[in-house]
Each structure stands twice: as C-alpha cells, then as structure tokens.
Design a protein. Structure first.
Length: 149
C-alpha cells in the first residue's frame, strides 16, 4: 500500500506514520487532482478501493474561505456520506473555482454500498483533522492530511 515518489512517477498518494492516526500526502498535477487523490487515499485507509465498483453517483458542492478549509470540508462531506449512507467511494471528480471570498468545490463521486463479503474492512476513520493540514503548489500540487482513527 505504501509507495514512494521514486517508485511511481504518477504517485497519487503516500502514507506517513502518525501516532494513533493516519496521515498521508496526496498529489496531483492540478489542485482538483490532488483533492481527488486525497479522497481516494482516505477510502484506501478504510478498504481496498480497487474492489469498490462505481455504481452509485453522488453530487454536491461546498464553499470555504481558503484552500485548507476547502480540503477539510471536502473530506468531511465524503466521510459524512460514508457514515450516513454506508457507501465506500472509489472514483472522484472535482471542480474548484475561486469566489470573491474563498473557493467553491463541485464534486461528483462514485462508489458502492458497503458489502463485507466484497469490501475488505480496514481502519475506521472517525474524523478529519486540521492538524498539520496543508495545500501546496510547487512542482504540481500536494496536500497533507491527518485522519483520526
């Protein structure tokens, strides 16, 4: 499950050690792609996303005052849908646009109802945290996330 940048030039995400939590960096050539990969990494903590068929489509939009808050709100919305509707997601499409004050994210996400005969049960994600959360733009985009397990 762990990869390093040197092993895979199209790395979507990689995990790092955090006591009692799960931490990861997600990458993308655009801000949108890094958010999509952050969503994928969160669900990879919960299950093997390769086994999650994109059968159910959900759409939503959120607005936040800055990019870090937008990342937090994005992952919180995914976790909310997971917890309330018992869906695991494996495919993500995000569009982010600037507002006069802040940003708007429009999302389409696909997944399937949790089925323990198909979907491996890994760690339960209790919450998204702001702890050390970052959104960076250098050679592509990277976002850092720590989840409470």
């Amino acid at each position: 499950m762990k990869e390093t940048r040197s092993e895979n030039k199209t790395l979507k995400f990689e995990f790092f050690d955090v006591t009692a939590d799960a931490g990861y960096w997600a990458y993308g050539s655009s801000l949108e792609e890094s958010f999509e990969n952050a969503g994928l990494a969160m669900f990879e903590i919960m299950t093997d996303t390769e086994q999650v068929s994109p059968l159910i489509k959900k759409e939503f939009s959120i607005e936040s005052e800055d990019k870090v808050s937008l990342l937090y709100d994005w992952l919180e919305e995914l976790l909310f849908l997971h917890d309330v509707e018992f869906i695991l997601f494996s495919k993500f499409k995000v569009d982010i646009s600037p507002l006069e004050e802040g940003y708007k994210l429009k999302a389409e996400v696909w997944g399937d109802e949790i089925n323990r005969t198909i979907h491996e049960q890994r760690d339960e994600v209790k919450a998204v945290t702001f702890h050390l959360m970052e959104v960076n733009n250098g050679n592509g985009y990277s976002v850092r996330v720590i989840l409470d397990l």
